[in-house]
Design a binder for this molecule. Sequence first.
Ligand code: PLP
Length: 402
Amino acid sequence: MVGDSVSAYVKELDDRYVLPTYRRQPLEIVGAEGTEVVGSDGRRYLDFVNGLSVSNFGHCHPAVVEAVREQVGRLIHCSNLYYTAPQAEVARRLSQMAGGGRVFFGNSGAEANEAAIKIARKHGRDKGKMVVVTLEGSFHGRTMATLSATGQPDKMIDFAPALQTFRHVAIDDEAALTDAFRKGDVAALLLEPVAGESGVQLISESFLRFGQSLCRDTGALFMVDEVQTGLGRCGAAFAYQRFGLEPDVITVAKSLAGGLPIGAVIARNEAEGVLGLGDHGSTFGGGPVVAAAALAVLNLIAADGLFETVETLGARLESWLHELTLAGAAGDVRRLGLMAAVDLNSKDAHAVVDAARAEGILLNATSSDTLRMLPALIVSEEEIDRVGRFLIRYVVEESEKS
Ligand code: PLP
Protein backbone atom coordinates (compact mmCIF):
# COMPACT_ATOMS: atom_id res chain seq x y z
CA MET A 1 0.00 0.00 0.00
CA VAL A 2 1.00 3.64 -0.29
CA GLY A 3 3.30 4.54 2.57
CA ASP A 4 4.97 1.12 2.66
CA SER A 5 8.68 1.38 2.43
CA VAL A 6 10.82 -1.61 3.34
CA SER A 7 13.59 -2.83 1.09
CA ALA A 8 13.01 -6.44 0.03
CA TYR A 9 16.43 -7.45 1.34
CA VAL A 10 15.88 -6.07 4.86
CA LYS A 11 12.40 -7.57 5.03
CA GLU A 12 13.75 -10.95 3.98
CA LEU A 13 16.55 -10.86 6.56
CA ASP A 14 14.23 -9.71 9.33
CA ASP A 15 11.60 -12.32 8.47
CA ARG A 16 14.19 -15.06 8.39
CA TYR A 17 16.50 -14.15 11.27
CA VAL A 18 14.73 -11.97 13.84
CA LEU A 19 12.39 -13.69 16.28
CA PRO A 20 8.93 -12.49 15.32
CA THR A 21 7.93 -10.87 18.63
CA TYR A 22 7.03 -7.48 17.12
CA ARG A 23 4.15 -6.54 14.86
CA ARG A 24 6.24 -4.39 12.54
CA GLN A 25 4.82 -1.56 10.48
CA PRO A 26 5.80 -1.82 6.80
CA LEU A 27 8.33 0.98 7.10
CA GLU A 28 12.11 0.80 7.19
CA ILE A 29 13.59 3.81 8.93
CA VAL A 30 17.04 4.88 7.84
CA GLY A 31 17.43 8.24 9.54
CA ALA A 32 15.73 10.82 11.68
CA GLU A 33 16.00 14.45 12.64
CA GLY A 34 13.92 16.48 15.06
CA THR A 35 10.25 15.51 14.82
CA GLU A 36 10.66 13.50 11.61
CA VAL A 37 12.00 10.10 10.61
CA VAL A 38 13.20 9.21 7.11
CA GLY A 39 12.03 6.06 5.35
CA SER A 40 14.23 3.96 3.05
CA ASP A 41 12.39 5.56 0.13
CA GLY A 42 13.67 8.96 1.26
CA ARG A 43 10.23 10.04 2.43
CA ARG A 44 9.94 12.04 5.68
CA TYR A 45 7.34 11.08 8.29
CA LEU A 46 6.10 13.33 11.09
CA ASP A 47 6.65 11.18 14.15
CA PHE A 48 3.93 11.15 16.82
CA VAL A 49 5.15 7.78 18.14
CA ASN A 50 8.56 9.07 18.99
CA GLY A 51 10.06 5.69 19.88
CA LEU A 52 7.16 5.40 22.37
CA SER A 53 8.24 8.45 24.34
CA VAL A 54 11.98 8.00 23.89
CA SER A 55 13.13 10.83 21.63
CA ASN A 56 11.40 13.50 23.68
CA PHE A 57 13.61 16.33 22.43
CA GLY A 58 13.44 15.12 18.88
CA HIS A 59 15.53 12.58 17.03
CA CYS A 60 19.30 13.02 17.05
CA HIS A 61 19.17 16.19 19.13
CA PRO A 62 22.46 18.03 18.39
CA ALA A 63 23.33 18.32 22.10
CA VAL A 64 22.90 14.56 22.58
CA VAL A 65 24.82 13.74 19.40
CA GLU A 66 27.67 16.04 20.44
CA ALA A 67 27.82 14.65 24.00
CA VAL A 68 27.92 11.07 22.69
CA ARG A 69 30.55 11.88 20.06
CA GLU A 70 32.76 13.51 22.63
CA GLN A 71 32.38 10.72 25.20
CA VAL A 72 32.71 7.84 22.76
CA GLY A 73 36.17 8.99 21.75
CA ARG A 74 37.26 9.33 25.36
CA LEU A 75 35.85 6.35 27.30
CA ILE A 76 33.13 3.93 26.17
CA HIS A 77 33.14 1.44 29.01
CA CYS A 78 35.07 0.60 32.13
CA SER A 79 32.68 -1.46 34.38
CA ASN A 80 30.89 -0.34 37.50
CA LEU A 81 33.93 -1.53 39.44
CA TYR A 82 35.21 2.01 38.89
CA TYR A 83 34.00 5.55 39.41
CA THR A 84 32.96 7.64 36.40
CA ALA A 85 32.04 11.33 36.47
CA PRO A 86 29.12 11.19 33.98
CA GLN A 87 27.26 8.54 36.03
CA ALA A 88 27.82 10.35 39.32
CA GLU A 89 26.62 13.60 37.75
CA VAL A 90 23.44 12.02 36.29
CA ALA A 91 22.70 10.52 39.71
CA ARG A 92 23.05 13.95 41.33
CA ARG A 93 20.77 15.57 38.78
CA LEU A 94 18.06 12.87 39.06
CA SER A 95 18.22 13.05 42.84
CA GLN A 96 17.82 16.83 42.73
CA MET A 97 14.85 16.56 40.38
CA ALA A 98 13.19 14.08 42.73
CA GLY A 99 13.94 16.13 45.86
CA GLY A 100 16.55 13.72 47.19
CA GLY A 101 17.53 10.07 47.01
CA ARG A 102 20.12 7.79 45.48
CA VAL A 103 20.14 6.16 42.07
CA PHE A 104 20.84 2.71 40.63
CA PHE A 105 21.36 2.48 36.86
CA GLY A 106 20.27 -0.30 34.52
CA ASN A 107 19.59 -0.38 30.80
CA SER A 108 15.80 -0.33 30.38
CA GLY A 109 12.49 0.39 32.01
CA ALA A 110 12.05 -3.25 32.94
CA GLU A 111 15.43 -3.27 34.68
CA ALA A 112 14.58 -0.10 36.57
CA ASN A 113 11.37 -1.75 37.78
CA GLU A 114 13.20 -4.99 38.63
CA ALA A 115 15.48 -2.95 40.87
CA ALA A 116 12.44 -1.26 42.45
CA ILE A 117 10.85 -4.66 43.13
CA LYS A 118 14.09 -5.89 44.74
CA ILE A 119 14.16 -2.79 46.94
CA ALA A 120 10.55 -3.45 47.98
CA ARG A 121 11.23 -7.09 48.78
CA LYS A 122 14.36 -6.44 50.81
CA HIS A 123 12.69 -3.58 52.65
CA GLY A 124 9.68 -5.71 53.58
CA ARG A 125 11.37 -9.05 54.09
CA ASP A 126 12.04 -8.95 57.84
CA LYS A 127 8.51 -7.70 58.48
CA GLY A 128 6.99 -10.53 56.44
CA LYS A 129 5.88 -8.08 53.75
CA MET A 130 6.61 -9.49 50.31
CA VAL A 131 3.62 -8.53 48.18
CA VAL A 132 3.84 -5.78 45.58
CA VAL A 133 0.46 -4.32 44.65
CA THR A 134 0.04 -2.97 41.12
CA LEU A 135 -2.89 -1.87 38.95
CA GLU A 136 -4.99 -3.89 36.52
CA GLY A 137 -4.08 -2.89 32.97
CA SER A 138 -0.68 -1.58 34.07
CA PHE A 139 2.53 -2.22 32.16
CA HIS A 140 5.87 -2.50 33.93
CA GLY A 141 8.03 -4.55 31.55
CA ARG A 142 8.60 -7.98 30.01
CA THR A 143 11.05 -9.67 32.38
CA MET A 144 9.48 -12.31 34.64
CA ALA A 145 9.18 -10.06 37.70
CA THR A 146 7.97 -7.03 35.77
CA LEU A 147 5.59 -9.18 33.72
CA SER A 148 4.21 -10.51 37.00
CA ALA A 149 3.82 -6.91 38.14
CA THR A 150 2.11 -5.98 34.86
CA GLY A 151 -1.67 -6.13 35.25
CA GLN A 152 -2.35 -7.75 31.87
CA PRO A 153 -2.93 -11.51 32.34
CA ASP A 154 -2.99 -12.16 28.56
CA LYS A 155 0.71 -11.27 28.36
CA MET A 156 1.48 -13.92 31.01
CA ILE A 157 -0.56 -16.85 29.62
CA ASP A 158 2.31 -18.70 27.92
CA PHE A 159 4.80 -17.94 30.68
CA ALA A 160 2.88 -18.81 33.82
CA PRO A 161 3.27 -19.24 36.69
CA ALA A 162 3.79 -15.59 37.51
CA LEU A 163 5.77 -14.65 40.59
CA GLN A 164 3.30 -15.18 43.39
CA THR A 165 3.95 -12.01 45.28
CA PHE A 166 1.97 -9.59 43.13
CA ARG A 167 -1.60 -8.45 43.66
CA HIS A 168 -3.53 -6.38 41.12
CA VAL A 169 -6.34 -3.93 41.79
CA ALA A 170 -8.56 -1.95 39.43
CA ILE A 171 -7.71 1.70 38.76
CA ASP A 172 -9.51 4.08 41.13
CA ASP A 173 -11.03 1.26 43.22
CA GLU A 174 -10.19 2.39 46.76
CA ALA A 175 -12.12 -0.50 48.34
CA ALA A 176 -10.12 -3.05 46.33
CA LEU A 177 -6.88 -1.30 47.22
CA THR A 178 -7.77 -1.32 50.91
CA ASP A 179 -8.58 -5.01 50.60
CA ALA A 180 -5.24 -5.71 48.92
CA PHE A 181 -3.49 -4.22 51.97
CA ARG A 182 -5.73 -6.03 54.48
CA LYS A 183 -3.40 -8.97 55.25
CA GLY A 184 -0.57 -6.66 56.30
CA ASP A 185 1.82 -8.34 53.85
CA VAL A 186 2.30 -5.50 51.34
CA ALA A 187 5.89 -4.42 50.72
CA ALA A 188 5.03 -1.78 48.12
CA LEU A 189 2.47 -0.22 45.86
CA LEU A 190 3.86 0.28 42.34
CA LEU A 191 1.89 2.34 39.86
CA GLU A 192 2.19 4.41 36.71
CA PRO A 193 0.77 7.92 37.34
CA VAL A 194 -0.81 7.53 33.88
CA ALA A 195 -1.09 4.03 32.41
CA GLY A 196 0.45 4.53 28.97
CA GLU A 197 0.46 1.12 27.30
CA SER A 198 -3.16 0.49 28.15
CA GLY A 199 -4.21 3.64 26.29
CA VAL A 200 -3.21 6.59 28.49
CA GLN A 201 -5.57 5.66 31.31
CA LEU A 202 -5.70 8.55 33.77
CA ILE A 203 -5.72 7.74 37.46
CA SER A 204 -7.59 10.06 39.79
CA GLU A 205 -5.56 12.26 42.10
CA SER A 206 -7.64 11.07 45.06
CA PHE A 207 -6.81 7.42 44.30
CA LEU A 208 -3.10 8.21 43.95
CA ARG A 209 -3.14 10.05 47.27
CA PHE A 210 -5.16 7.27 48.88
CA GLY A 211 -2.53 4.76 47.72
CA GLN A 212 0.27 6.88 49.08
CA SER A 213 -1.37 7.22 52.48
CA LEU A 214 -2.12 3.47 52.67
CA CYS A 215 1.61 2.93 52.13
CA ARG A 216 2.52 5.47 54.81
CA ASP A 217 0.07 3.91 57.29
CA THR A 218 1.27 0.34 56.73
CA GLY A 219 5.01 0.88 56.25
CA ALA A 220 4.86 -0.13 52.57
CA LEU A 221 6.92 1.71 49.96
CA PHE A 222 5.10 3.99 47.54
CA MET A 223 6.71 3.43 44.13
CA VAL A 224 5.93 5.18 40.84
CA ASP A 225 6.83 3.90 37.40
CA GLU A 226 7.69 7.06 35.44
CA VAL A 227 9.28 5.15 32.57
CA GLN A 228 6.80 6.61 30.07
CA THR A 229 5.37 9.58 31.98
CA GLY A 230 8.57 11.06 33.38
CA LEU A 231 11.17 13.60 32.33
CA GLY A 232 8.90 16.32 30.97
CA ARG A 233 6.39 14.22 29.01
CA CYS A 234 3.50 15.09 31.33
CA GLY A 235 4.38 18.74 31.85
CA ALA A 236 6.56 18.21 34.94
CA ALA A 237 9.91 16.59 35.67
CA PHE A 238 7.89 13.61 36.93
CA ALA A 239 4.15 13.16 36.44
CA TYR A 240 3.66 12.44 40.17
CA GLN A 241 4.70 16.03 40.89
CA ARG A 242 1.52 17.22 39.18
CA PHE A 243 -0.40 15.47 41.96
CA GLY A 244 1.82 16.64 44.82
CA LEU A 245 2.91 13.07 45.67
CA GLU A 246 6.07 12.08 47.54
CA PRO A 247 7.04 8.59 46.35
CA ASP A 248 9.77 6.53 47.98
CA VAL A 249 10.88 4.97 44.72
CA ILE A 250 10.75 6.39 41.18
CA THR A 251 11.71 4.52 38.02
CA VAL A 252 12.69 6.21 34.76
CA ALA A 253 14.11 5.01 31.44
CA LYS A 254 12.94 5.63 27.85
CA SER A 255 13.80 9.28 27.14
CA LEU A 256 16.53 9.75 29.75
CA ALA A 257 19.46 9.21 27.38
CA GLY A 258 17.91 10.66 24.22
CA GLY A 259 17.52 7.27 22.53
CA LEU A 260 20.33 5.25 24.08
CA PRO A 261 19.38 2.41 26.43
CA ILE A 262 19.18 3.43 30.06
CA GLY A 263 17.02 2.78 33.10
CA ALA A 264 17.28 4.24 36.57
CA VAL A 265 15.64 3.78 39.92
CA ILE A 266 15.70 6.67 42.37
CA ALA A 267 15.33 5.48 45.96
CA ARG A 268 14.24 8.07 48.51
CA ASN A 269 13.38 8.17 52.19
CA GLU A 270 13.68 4.72 53.82
CA ALA A 271 14.13 3.12 50.39
CA GLU A 272 17.45 4.94 49.99
CA GLY A 273 19.17 2.73 52.54
CA VAL A 274 17.83 -0.65 51.42
CA LEU A 275 20.26 -1.93 48.78
CA GLY A 276 23.83 -2.44 49.87
CA LEU A 277 27.06 -3.91 48.62
CA GLY A 278 26.48 -6.78 46.17
CA ASP A 279 22.68 -6.55 46.31
CA HIS A 280 22.32 -5.57 42.67
CA GLY A 281 24.44 -4.84 39.62
CA SER A 282 24.64 -4.30 35.89
CA THR A 283 27.56 -4.58 33.49
CA PHE A 284 26.51 -1.67 31.31
CA GLY A 285 24.15 0.29 33.57
CA GLY A 286 24.96 3.99 33.70
CA GLY A 287 28.02 3.60 31.45
CA PRO A 288 29.90 6.72 30.39
CA VAL A 289 28.34 7.12 26.92
CA VAL A 290 24.69 6.78 27.97
CA ALA A 291 25.38 8.92 31.02
CA ALA A 292 26.90 11.67 28.84
CA ALA A 293 23.79 11.53 26.64
CA ALA A 294 21.58 11.65 29.75
CA LEU A 295 23.38 14.76 31.00
CA ALA A 296 22.62 16.46 27.68
CA VAL A 297 18.94 15.46 28.03
CA LEU A 298 18.78 16.62 31.65
CA ASN A 299 20.09 20.03 30.54
CA LEU A 300 17.27 20.22 27.99
CA ILE A 301 14.69 19.30 30.63
CA ALA A 302 16.01 22.08 32.86
CA ALA A 303 15.35 24.73 30.19
CA ASP A 304 13.06 27.54 31.34
CA GLY A 305 9.45 27.24 30.32
CA LEU A 306 9.59 23.65 29.02
CA PHE A 307 6.76 22.35 31.20
CA GLU A 308 4.47 25.28 30.36
CA THR A 309 5.16 24.74 26.65
CA VAL A 310 4.37 21.03 26.98
CA GLU A 311 1.07 21.87 28.65
CA THR A 312 0.12 24.45 26.00
CA LEU A 313 0.97 22.09 23.13
CA GLY A 314 -0.83 19.24 24.89
CA ALA A 315 -3.97 21.35 25.24
CA ARG A 316 -3.83 22.16 21.52
CA LEU A 317 -3.57 18.47 20.65
CA GLU A 318 -6.41 17.67 23.04
CA SER A 319 -8.69 20.23 21.42
CA TRP A 320 -8.25 18.47 18.05
CA LEU A 321 -9.15 15.16 19.69
CA HIS A 322 -12.28 16.75 21.20
CA GLU A 323 -13.26 17.78 17.66
CA LEU A 324 -13.46 14.09 16.84
CA THR A 325 -15.72 13.53 19.82
CA LEU A 326 -17.92 16.51 18.93
CA ALA A 327 -18.29 15.11 15.42
CA GLY A 328 -19.44 11.80 16.92
CA ALA A 329 -16.37 9.90 15.64
CA ALA A 330 -14.75 9.37 19.03
CA GLY A 331 -15.60 8.90 22.67
CA ASP A 332 -13.21 9.44 25.54
CA VAL A 333 -10.19 11.75 25.18
CA ARG A 334 -7.42 11.41 27.78
CA ARG A 335 -4.32 13.54 28.23
CA LEU A 336 -1.66 14.66 30.63
CA GLY A 337 0.94 17.04 29.17
CA LEU A 338 1.91 15.66 25.76
CA MET A 339 0.69 12.13 26.43
CA ALA A 340 -2.71 11.76 24.80
CA ALA A 341 -5.18 9.15 23.61
CA VAL A 342 -8.59 9.02 22.01
CA ASP A 343 -11.07 6.14 21.78
CA LEU A 344 -12.55 5.88 18.30
CA ASN A 345 -16.20 4.99 17.79
CA SER A 346 -16.23 3.15 14.50
CA LYS A 347 -12.88 3.43 12.73
CA ASP A 348 -10.35 0.74 13.55
CA ALA A 349 -7.36 2.48 15.17
CA HIS A 350 -4.92 0.23 13.28
CA ALA A 351 -6.51 1.33 9.99
CA VAL A 352 -6.04 4.96 11.06
CA VAL A 353 -2.37 4.25 11.77
CA ASP A 354 -1.98 2.80 8.25
CA ALA A 355 -3.79 5.73 6.64
CA ALA A 356 -1.69 8.21 8.61
CA ARG A 357 1.50 6.52 7.49
CA ALA A 358 0.37 6.79 3.89
CA GLU A 359 0.08 10.54 4.54
CA GLY A 360 3.54 10.71 6.09
CA ILE A 361 2.44 10.69 9.75
CA LEU A 362 3.36 8.06 12.34
CA LEU A 363 0.71 7.29 14.95
CA ASN A 364 0.30 4.45 17.43
CA ALA A 365 -2.70 2.29 18.30
CA THR A 366 -2.78 0.71 21.76
CA SER A 367 -5.79 -1.40 20.70
CA SER A 368 -8.20 -1.47 17.78
CA ASP A 369 -10.22 1.23 19.57
CA THR A 370 -7.55 3.60 20.86
CA LEU A 371 -5.03 5.93 19.25
CA ARG A 372 -2.15 7.11 21.42
CA MET A 373 -0.01 10.16 20.66
CA LEU A 374 3.41 10.83 22.13
CA PRO A 375 4.86 13.64 20.02
CA ALA A 376 8.26 15.08 20.81
CA LEU A 377 8.13 17.86 23.40
CA ILE A 378 9.60 20.13 20.71
CA VAL A 379 6.69 19.51 18.33
CA SER A 380 5.37 22.70 16.68
CA GLU A 381 1.80 23.99 16.69
CA GLU A 382 1.71 23.52 12.91
CA GLU A 383 2.70 19.87 13.28
CA ILE A 384 -0.04 19.29 15.84
CA ASP A 385 -2.52 20.98 13.51
CA ARG A 386 -1.37 18.81 10.62
CA VAL A 387 -2.15 15.67 12.62
CA GLY A 388 -5.43 17.17 13.85
CA ARG A 389 -6.51 18.00 10.29
CA PHE A 390 -5.60 14.49 9.13
CA LEU A 391 -7.72 12.96 11.91
CA ILE A 392 -10.71 15.14 11.07
CA ARG A 393 -10.39 14.31 7.39
CA TYR A 394 -9.83 10.59 7.79
CA VAL A 395 -11.75 9.67 10.93
CA VAL A 396 -14.71 12.05 10.59
CA GLU A 397 -15.17 12.92 6.92
CA GLU A 398 -14.24 9.50 5.46
CA SER A 399 -16.59 7.81 7.96
CA GLU A 400 -19.39 10.13 6.90
CA LYS A 401 -18.84 9.16 3.24
CA SER A 402 -18.98 5.41 3.95
N1 PLP B 1 7.13 0.77 32.45
C1 PLP B 1 6.37 1.50 31.62
C2 PLP B 1 5.36 2.42 32.20
C3 PLP B 1 6.52 1.41 30.24
O1 PLP B 1 5.75 2.15 29.43
C4 PLP B 1 7.50 0.53 29.72
C5 PLP B 1 7.68 0.38 28.27
O2 PLP B 1 6.86 0.77 27.47
C6 PLP B 1 8.27 -0.23 30.62
C7 PLP B 1 8.06 -0.07 31.97
C8 PLP B 1 9.30 -1.19 30.12
O3 PLP B 1 10.38 -0.49 29.59
P1 PLP B 1 11.45 -1.23 28.67
O4 PLP B 1 10.77 -1.62 27.40
O5 PLP B 1 12.54 -0.22 28.47
O6 PLP B 1 11.94 -2.42 29.44
